[in-house]
Unconditional design. Structure first.
Ligand code: CO
Length: 134
Protein backbone atom coordinates (compact mmCIF):
# COMPACT_ATOMS: atom_id res chain seq x y z
CA UNK A 1 0.00 0.00 0.00
CA UNK A 2 2.68 2.55 0.90
CA UNK A 3 4.95 3.82 -1.83
CA UNK A 4 7.97 6.09 -1.76
CA UNK A 5 9.39 7.71 1.35
CA UNK A 6 8.26 11.29 0.71
CA UNK A 7 10.21 12.89 3.57
CA UNK A 8 11.69 12.51 7.00
CA UNK A 9 10.74 15.38 9.32
CA UNK A 10 13.18 16.58 11.98
CA UNK A 11 12.10 18.98 14.73
CA UNK A 12 14.88 21.49 15.42
CA UNK A 13 15.44 24.03 18.20
CA UNK A 14 17.25 26.49 15.86
CA UNK A 15 15.97 26.56 12.28
CA UNK A 16 18.68 28.89 10.95
CA UNK A 17 21.47 26.76 12.40
CA UNK A 18 19.95 23.49 11.18
CA UNK A 19 19.37 24.86 7.66
CA UNK A 20 22.92 26.23 7.53
CA UNK A 21 24.32 22.88 8.67
CA UNK A 22 22.48 20.96 5.94
CA UNK A 23 23.48 23.57 3.32
CA UNK A 24 27.07 24.30 4.30
CA UNK A 25 28.30 21.20 6.13
CA UNK A 26 26.30 18.47 4.40
CA UNK A 27 26.14 20.26 1.03
CA UNK A 28 22.41 19.74 0.49
CA UNK A 29 19.93 21.78 -1.53
CA UNK A 30 18.11 23.78 1.16
CA UNK A 31 14.99 25.86 0.50
CA UNK A 32 13.77 29.05 2.18
CA UNK A 33 11.75 28.87 5.42
CA UNK A 34 7.98 28.64 4.86
CA UNK A 35 5.44 29.49 7.56
CA UNK A 36 2.59 26.97 7.77
CA UNK A 37 0.19 28.66 10.23
CA UNK A 38 -2.47 25.95 9.78
CA UNK A 39 0.03 23.38 11.07
CA UNK A 40 1.78 25.55 13.68
CA UNK A 41 5.20 25.12 12.09
CA UNK A 42 7.81 26.88 10.03
CA UNK A 43 9.30 24.41 7.55
CA UNK A 44 12.54 24.26 5.58
CA UNK A 45 12.59 21.65 2.82
CA UNK A 46 15.83 19.94 1.92
CA UNK A 47 15.81 18.16 -1.42
CA UNK A 48 17.93 15.03 -1.71
CA UNK A 49 18.27 12.90 -4.85
CA UNK A 50 15.90 10.20 -3.52
CA UNK A 51 13.72 11.94 -0.92
CA UNK A 52 13.32 15.10 1.15
CA UNK A 53 14.11 16.16 4.68
CA UNK A 54 11.74 18.59 6.34
CA UNK A 55 13.08 20.73 9.19
CA UNK A 56 10.26 21.72 11.57
CA UNK A 57 10.29 24.65 13.94
CA UNK A 58 7.35 25.76 16.15
CA UNK A 59 5.19 28.62 14.86
CA UNK A 60 2.73 30.42 17.13
CA UNK A 61 1.16 29.14 20.32
CA UNK A 62 0.02 25.52 20.66
CA UNK A 63 2.44 24.32 18.00
CA UNK A 64 2.19 20.53 17.77
CA UNK A 65 5.97 20.25 17.96
CA UNK A 66 6.55 22.48 21.00
CA UNK A 67 6.05 19.56 23.40
CA UNK A 68 8.30 17.34 21.30
CA UNK A 69 11.12 19.89 21.55
CA UNK A 70 10.59 20.19 25.30
CA UNK A 71 11.19 16.44 25.57
CA UNK A 72 13.97 16.50 22.95
CA UNK A 73 15.76 19.82 23.44
CA UNK A 74 18.45 19.11 20.83
CA UNK A 75 15.80 18.16 18.27
CA UNK A 76 15.06 14.77 16.78
CA UNK A 77 13.24 12.79 14.12
CA UNK A 78 9.57 13.73 14.42
CA UNK A 79 7.88 11.69 11.69
CA UNK A 80 8.29 9.74 8.45
CA UNK A 81 6.02 10.43 5.50
CA UNK A 82 5.06 7.68 3.08
CA UNK A 83 3.21 8.20 -0.17
CA UNK A 84 -0.12 6.50 -0.90
CA UNK A 85 -2.27 6.63 -4.01
CA UNK A 86 -5.65 6.84 -2.25
CA UNK A 87 -5.52 8.30 1.25
CA UNK A 88 -9.16 7.53 2.13
CA UNK A 89 -8.78 3.90 1.08
CA UNK A 90 -5.54 3.70 3.08
CA UNK A 91 -7.22 5.21 6.17
CA UNK A 92 -10.16 2.79 5.90
CA UNK A 93 -7.84 -0.21 5.63
CA UNK A 94 -5.69 0.95 8.57
CA UNK A 95 -8.68 1.74 10.78
CA UNK A 96 -10.14 -1.70 10.01
CA UNK A 97 -6.85 -3.26 11.14
CA UNK A 98 -7.06 -1.41 14.47
CA UNK A 99 -4.61 1.43 13.80
CA UNK A 100 -5.55 4.89 15.01
CA UNK A 101 -5.70 7.87 12.68
CA UNK A 102 -4.97 11.07 14.61
CA UNK A 103 -7.38 14.00 14.83
CA UNK A 104 -10.87 13.64 13.40
CA UNK A 105 -9.69 11.06 10.87
CA UNK A 106 -10.27 13.37 7.92
CA UNK A 107 -7.33 14.12 5.60
CA UNK A 108 -5.97 17.68 5.86
CA UNK A 109 -4.00 19.63 3.29
CA UNK A 110 -0.33 19.27 4.20
CA UNK A 111 2.76 21.39 3.61
CA UNK A 112 3.00 20.25 -0.03
CA UNK A 113 -0.62 21.11 -0.83
CA UNK A 114 -1.64 17.41 -0.85
CA UNK A 115 -3.99 15.53 1.52
CA UNK A 116 -2.23 14.07 4.56
CA UNK A 117 -3.08 11.99 7.63
CA UNK A 118 -1.09 11.05 10.71
CA UNK A 119 -1.10 7.61 12.37
CA UNK A 120 -0.64 7.01 16.09
CA UNK A 121 3.01 6.27 16.89
CA UNK A 122 2.07 3.61 19.47
CA UNK A 123 0.47 1.59 16.66
CA UNK A 124 3.62 1.76 14.49
CA UNK A 125 6.61 0.78 16.63
CA UNK A 126 7.00 4.21 18.16
CA UNK A 127 7.08 6.14 14.89
CA UNK A 128 4.67 8.91 13.99
CA UNK A 129 3.70 8.18 10.38
CA UNK A 130 2.32 10.71 7.94
CA UNK A 131 0.59 9.46 4.81
CA UNK A 132 0.48 11.78 1.83
CA UNK A 133 -1.67 11.21 -1.23
CA UNK A 134 0.29 11.73 -4.43
CO1 CO B 1 5.58 15.85 7.14
Amino acid sequence: MIGRLNHVAIAVPDLEAAAAQYRDTLGAEVGAPQDEPDHGVTVVFITLPNTKVELLYPLGENSPIAGFLEKNPSGGIHHMCYEVEDIRAAAAKLTASGARVLGDGEPKIGAHGKPVLFLHPKDFTGTLIELEEV
